[in-house]
Design a protein. Sequence first.
Length: 228
Amino acid sequence: MLLATLSVQAVGWVSRHDMTAAQYQAEFDTWTAAPYNYRLMSVCGYEDAGQARYAAIWEQHPGPAWITHPGMSKAQFDSLNAGYAGQGYHAVFISGFGVGGTAYYNAIWESAPGADVVTVAGLSYAGFLNENLNRTAQGYKLVYLWAFNAGATELYAGIWRKGVTGTYTYRARRTSAQYQQDFNDLSGQVTSSSPSAPPSSRARQTSPASGEIPATATPGTVITISPR
C-alpha cells in the first residue's frame, strides 16, 4: 500500500492501493475517525488473481453528510440509489470494476435535498450515448462518467444533474492517440477525468460497519457518514 510521503496532518489527505476488502474496511475506519475525520473522495476496484482489490483516497474537507457502499451489483446499486434519493442523498461518485467477469460498483452519495440527479449504471456504449442524448434533451448535464470492462463486456456508469452551470466537452472511448489529439485541440479547457465536482465533506463515522467487506467483492455493510 502507498501513503503520501508528507505527513497526513500536514497535507490533509491520504491514499492507499492494493487493498483487500478487509484492508479497505480497516483503512476506511481509521481515516474517517478521529483524529483525522477524513472524507472518502474516491474508491476504485480491480481484479487481482481472481480477487477484488481496492484503491482509495481520503481527504480532509468540510461538506454535507454522505454515505458510501463498495462492491455492489447493478441491482443492489439501483435499489440503494433509489432509496437514498428518497432520503435526499444523491450520487456524486461511482466507479465500476469486474471480478471473474461480473460487474461491481462503488459509490458515494451526498446529502443534497432538492437536487435533481440521475445516476445510471450498467450501460453499454450505445446505451450510454442514448441515455446522454435523452438526459441532455431533458435539461440534465453529464457531470460524471466511468467506463470499465467486466470480462469482455464494456460498461459505462454516468451521473447527470440539472442546474449545472458552465460549458465543457467530454470524450469517451478514446485511444491514446485520440486522447492526445483531443487534449491538443481542447487545450483552452480544463482537462479532467471527471467533470463533476468531487465529494467534499469532512466527516466522521456515525454507525460503524457491522462486518468486513467480503473479499469476493460482494456488497459490504452500510457505511454512513455525517458532517463533523
